[in-house]
Design a binder for this molecule. Structure first.
Ligand SMILES: [Zn+2]
Length: 441
């Protein structure tokens, strides 16, 4: 492995970008693949793909991983690929998946890794709306919005070196694990687009969906759904609107464009029946997903008892739901009930062993009971499943310290300090390294 840690390249790149601006020199330009106009661009296509590969797996895992219903996943991938083939950057390594998260969202990383949540699939009414959603995300990738924002220095807090920033500002000390349970803050790795970006992604989305044979009304239906959700269930859609700013203008533009520019495509199919067939199993879980949405809202408001009641209702209906089990485990651990937390995280591990979060949680539950050896095993497995999260280096070190293995603990603390320099964890790790004689003060 790179001796400086997996994030050293992006951090070096960030420094390069910042210094390039400070010096007012070395400004690169590139032709926009979409408009043909010249745009400020300091990020190469290879870097877009690399940033995608480094960040996307963490976001997917924070969203409880790809859904285990492979037929539904294949269906969404198929719709996505049929649009991707008609984009301006058809050569990009696009991939599509549904993630187990319950809130309403969809997002794209700059190399073309695209996800939508099961929460948003539940709210769509036909395949053309799904095509509009994926087309919009493809629009962001094709117009290179993330790379553009990085070039303007606006994304330094999220994608570039996002991990070290997030990991370094984790709330609370060692005794308060709640803030670290998710490992990354919700949406911390997602780009926030401007209104201008949204306009462009909407226009491209409609272009791609019509080329793929879908009626442009799908985009109108999507906008309509998002707007009505913002009134009926604002909490479930907060993050989507924070990253993709919504406006009445977007809806009006979709209506107008569908009737003018795409008037001749008005009668293309919306494929409602096929969408309903393909999502039937998911829609049968509507009550479960809605209970989980409510529970998440209560958790966000720190009403842990109410959250627990909703999670319990959800698990009564769907006992093996991975997201439900992980949320319940988190809720128990935050309430300092490690035995219950462990029980739910073990259940989550057994229903979805390829996903990382449950290992993290059982590690925290074991730390609460001072089972340091057991906690180390869990954090170690977490790192095997999802490598590169510096917070895990710290907790591996902390567990090893608890077992009395200073030498191995120091190795992990050193790895952590290579990536994160500030915050309570860094202070703890640095203090031990000095105390044990590995670092000179
Ligand atoms: Zn957007």
């Amino acid at each position: 492995m790179d001796p400086e840690g997996p994030h050293s390249l992006t951090r070096r790149r960030l420094l390069y970008l910042l210094s390039a601006f400070a010096a007012g020199a070395a400004v690169g330009c590139a032709t926009s693949p979409v408009t043909g106009r010249t745009q400020l661009m300091l990020v190469s296509e290879e870097e877009e793909i690399q940033i995608d590969r480094q960040n996307a797996p963490f976001q997917f895992s924070a969203d409880y991983g790809q859904i285990q219903d492979s037929a539904l996943n294949d269906y969404v991938r198929h719709v996505g690929q049929s649009l991707a083939a008609r984009t301006h950057r058809g050569h990009m390594p696009y991939s599509f998946r549904v993630v187990n998260a319950n809130y309403v969202n969809a997002y794209a990383f700059p190399g073309g890794s695209i996800a939508c949540t099961r929460g948003i699939l539940l709210s769509l009414e036909n395949e053309a709306e799904l095509a509009a959603l994926l087309g919009h995300e493809l629009g962001h990738v094709n117009a290179r919005h993330t790379a553009q924002q990085m070039s303007k220095g606006k994304l330094t807090n999220t994608l570039v070196g996002g991990f070290s920033v997030v990991a370094g500002t984790v709330a609370g000390g060692l005794g308060q694990l709640a803030g670290t349970l998710g490992s990354i803050g919700a949406g911390a790795l997602l780009a926030s687009y401007s209104r201008e970006n949204e306009r462009e992604a909407d226009a491209l989305g409609m272009e791609y969906m019509v080329k793929a044979g879908y009626g442009p009304k799908g985009m109108v239906g999507l906008m309509d759904m998002l707007q009505s959700l913002s009134k009926s269930k604002p909490g479930t859609i907060e993050l989507m609107f924070a990253t993709h700013p919504m406006s009445d203008e977007r809806y009006q533009t979709a209506v107008k464009t569908s009737q003018t520019q795409y008037a001749s495509a008005q009668n293309l199919s919306l494929s409602r029946e096929r969408y309903m067939d393909q999502t039937a199993r998911l829609r049968a879980m509507k009550n479960t997903i809605e209970e989980l949405q409510k529970g998440e809202q209560e958790m966000a408001g720190k009403k842990l008892g109410d959250a627990e009641a909703h999670f319990r209702n959800a698990l009564k209906q769907t006992p093996n739901d991975y997201a439900g089990l992980v949320m319940m485990a988190t809720c128990q651990i935050v309430q300092k009930k490690p035995a219950e937390g462990l029980r739910y995280s073990e259940a989550a591990k057994s229903v979805y062993p390829q996903e990382a979060q449950a290992y993290n949680l059982s590690g925290f539950a074991k730390l609460q009971t001072r089972d340091f050896g057991g906690a180390y095993q869990d954090f170690n497995t977490y790192e095997k499943v999802l490598p590169g999260n510096p917070t895990t280096f710290f907790f591996k070190g902390f567990s090893l310290e608890g077992t009395g293995n200073k030498e191995e603990a120091a190795r992990e603390y050193h790895r952590y300090l290579q990536v994160v320099k500030e915050g309570k964890f860094a202070q703890h790790a640095y203090g031990r390294m000095v105390e044990w004689g590995y670092y000179k003060r």
